[in-house]
Design a protein. Structure first.
Length: 138
């Protein structure tokens, strides 16, 4: 049985999304949760996060999930951000699309560079959407 690189990377993206949500504060703490998503990337801490690009959850939709044990909830990603963190403003536009393709095998036709900086006055970023969802028990 062979695994297509796109499927493997897509699975890696979904697994990273699930891992990020598993460690995040619960939806009952929206401000803490939003700050967590601004600080921590899908690439995780330490592993694979050495380069200048990081992928963050930008917006989510949290729904109570019918049929989940113990009154769980479902999270659907609305949008993500790919952030260029190099410590200094880039002299040329960062290759956001190239990074998403190489790291996650994602093609983001709606990839849109944002004029604002990501967090605390640093980090050029672009917004994009990608299908991702996770379910959790409360």
């Amino acid at each position: 049985m062979s695994i297509h690189p796109e499927t493997q990377a897509s699975s890696a993206f979904e697994a990273a999304f699930a891992d990020l949500l598993r460690l995040a504060p619960g939806p009952i703490f929206p401000r803490a949760r939003q700050l967590y998503f601004r600080k921590y990337a899908l690439e995780g801490q330490g592993q694979g996060q050495d380069g200048p690009f990081h992928t963050h959850l930008l917006a989510e939709l949290v729904e109570e999930a019918e049929g989940l044990e113990q009154g769980g909830y479902r999270v659907r990603a609305v949008s993500f951000a790919v952030v260029y963190w190099d410590g200094a403003p880039a002299s040329t536009a960062p290759d956001f699309a190239g990074y998403l393709g190489e790291r996650w095998a994602l093609v983001a036709p709606d990839l849109t560079p944002e004029p604002d900086l990501w967090f605390r006055g640093e980090g050029q970023y672009a917004r994009f959407s990608a299908p991702a969802q996770s379910s959790s028990a409360s």
